[in-house]
Design a protein around this ligand. Structure first.
Ligand SMILES: *Cc1c(COP(=O)(O)O)cnc(C)c1O
Length: 391
């Protein structure tokens, strides 16, 4: 494979297909699957991921801000819908309304701005009312409800209320069990109140991945699925809860990581015993050591904290990072792997032979950190779609 970049990210079509099939089954018939592609599609690349999801019948996509919405909007099928869950400036609202991009309304200001602009354009703004139920991040407060109801009733012809929604504060952890119950109950109560006042959004939605997989009662008309579609359990608890449950028990993990990060050996060197490797003095050879240089460094998102602790796969074997991770390269010890050559494939995240490096293993942190490691993968690394089937 010819490329100018020192590493590349592979996205497996077949793994994605399996994940989406499983998750759709878990959501149940008639529930709309909203694919959350914020954070550059959790590092997978919006432009690479969105078309693959569309191929699998997904046609709702949720992003964080207007800039991600623009990227998604540029490549989506005409039938696909985009929802902005977070930031959009007032100056960008006319564009969003004109493009029929939906956005969350989480305060009075934005509601008033949307109405004013839609009225000036003589059209309807597509909105999702996000209500505060206990996350305390964004969301319309109960004290603001009367004002919101009044504004909506007076401006019906300028609003297309697609959704009524809220976001849960940590469905992936059992420690938050009571908080989740309370949030769901608050949501139901407020939805009923709105309905009693004649405001009936087309779809109600609460669930993220963890909620959909642990609290089936949180799956309403739509579910906003992020991490699980990429093949990760939101937490070990979520996985265990499913693994051991009666209805959803599995023997083989139904979620498959769709992303791998790979590079190639750039150079090989033999170092005699008693020498320090790379900058400084963090690794001293005690015997004849063969080192391979991998052209990936902290500028590419390979954390410096993986110095002397990370590992990669080469020729199916584990090779430890030795010495410090540099800006553009790191070194691995391949003394125990026979025949390593320049150009050999290096797996940074993913599988090779019988071995596997998971994102969690890569970060050497908890499973919860999948979100961070993935979304920090630099957008500049080329993404390649593969269709290799599943091992
Ligand atoms: C990120 C996000 C989601 C998706 O969360 P996952 O845990 O990745 O499924 C859903 N809703 C909102 C509002 C979000 O910000």
């Amino acid at each position: 494979m010819k490329m100018k970049s020192g590493s590349w990210i592979e996205i497996s079509k077949s793994a994605l297909k399996k994940n989406l099939r499983y998750l759709k089954k878990r959501l149940g018939n008639g529930v709309i699957f909203v694919s959350v592609i914020k954070g550059n599609a959790y590092g997978h690349g919006i432009e690479d991921y969105l078309p693959l999801a569309e191929e699998n019948g997904i046609n709702y996509f949720a992003v964080f801000d207007a800039s991600e919405a623009e990227r998604a909007n540029n490549i989506r099928h005409p039938g696909s819908e985009i929802i902005i869950m977070g930031r959009i400036d007032k100056e960008e609202l006319p564009w969003a309304i004109e493009q029929q991009i939906a956005f969350f309304i989480f305060d009075i200001d934005r509601l008033q701005a949307a109405i004013a602009i839609a009225r000036a354009m003589n059209t309807k703004a597509k909105i999702h009312l996000e209500i505060e139920t206990g996350l305390h991040r964004t969301g319309i407060e109960e004290t603001e409800l009367e004002l919101v109801i009044g504004l909506i009733i007076d401006n019906r012809e300028y609003l297309d209320i697609i959704g009524l929604c809220t976001h849960l504060a940590g469905a992936e952890s059992i420690a938050n069990y009571f908080r989740m119950q309370e949030q769901i109950a608050n949501f139901v109560r407020i939805a009923q109140l709105l309905e009693s006042r004649g405001i009936k959004p087309r779809y109600q939605h609460i669930a993220c991945s963890a909620a959909a997989l642990i609290y089936p009662q949180s799956i309403l008309d739509m579910a906003r699925i992020g991490i699980a579609q990429y093949g990760y359990w939101p937490s070990m608890e979520t996985k265990m809860n499913n693994l051991l449950s009666n209805e959803n028990k599995f023997t083989r993990d139904p979620l498959h990581r769709i992303l791998s990060w790979k590079s190639r050996v750039m150079s090989i060197k033999e170092v005699a015993p008693g020498n320090y490797i790379s900058y400084g003095n963090s690794y001293l050879t005690t015997k004849k050591t063969v080192i391979a240089t991998v052209p990936v460094g902290y500028s590419h998102g390979y954390k410096r904290s993986l110095s002397n602790s990370g590992f990669v796969l080469i020729r199916g074997s584990k090779a430890n990072v030795i010495g410090s991770v540099n800006m553009n390269v790191f070194l691995v010890n391949v003394t125990h792997i026979p025949g390593v050559q320049t150009g050999d494939e290096v797996v940074i995240i993913g599988t090779q032979g019988k071995n596997k490096i998971s994102v969690a293993g890569f970060s050497e942190l908890s499973n919860q950190m999948n979100y961070e490691v993935l979304s920090r993968l630099p957008a500049s690394i080329p993404r390649i779609i593969i269709d290799n089937g599943l091992k």
